[in-house]
Design a protein around this ligand. Sequence first.
Ligand code: ADP
Ligand code: MG
Length: 266
Amino acid sequence: MAQIYCVANQKGGVGKTTTTVNLAAALAGIGQRVLLIDLDPQGNATMGCGVDKRALEFSVYDVLLGTSTAVQALVTSPAASFQVLGANRDLAGAEIELVGLERRERRLRDALADLDDQFDFILIDCPPSLGLLTLNGLCMANGVIVPMLCEYYALEGLTDLVNTIKQVHANLNRDLQIIGILRVMFDTRITLQQQVSDDLKGHFGDKVFDTIIPRNVRLAEAPSHGKPGVVYDPHAKGSKAFIEFAHEMVRRTQPQAAARQKAPSA
Ligand code: ADP
Ligand code: MG
């Protein structure tokens, strides 16, 4: 069974897409079978995987609306060995079109049910809102990865997301939990970031991932080359951090697989 994670935070520009794309590529790089689902009409994750969002025959929009199957809509990232269910501007209409449909929060889950055993990880890049698209992601996920900037208002913004996750857990998906908070775009020279980081640890304990993603221009450059940062420049410090994060995810979510990886080959 696939481990299914939403990368969510209702704020824009906090590193959701960068996290989803790089974690997908880094997990694929260590032999995991990965599907990335882009649930943001901006299609940034799609493009960041090297897939042209304008050239998609079918997208996640078709899958949600039932005009294509998930299998028909999957494409392989030309940049790394994982699968992509892409998005483009068509998806902007879905928030409204979904309202009138049956099982409107569970359409993604229903459409992907058969693919569950084909992947080790399914990662979902959520849009910067807590509407029906994000809800479709949360309804099928085992957990949520929350990328976060260590800024003064960071904790305050978390309340709405935590409440939404609680609601979904209570009413729609008993499996859902926060897997962890990922500190991103971190700059050790900024004292305030260090303070907020310490506060986060104090508040959330081991729900804060050990890995910290530094601010690194190579990660920001990579999308314009149609590649995840970890593929574009695997030796950049941001890329190394995402590779470490992939190992941490395997350790946290698949203890048996992590043990196998460590075991010496016979
Ligand atoms: P979101 O999906 O939450 O809107 P993005 O992943 O698109 O956020 O990131 C917002 C911007 O910050 C993008 O321009 C991205 O390239 C840049 N960025 C993200 N993470 C980093 C990082 N660790 N270092 C430098 N730039 C980053
Ligand atoms: Mg994004």
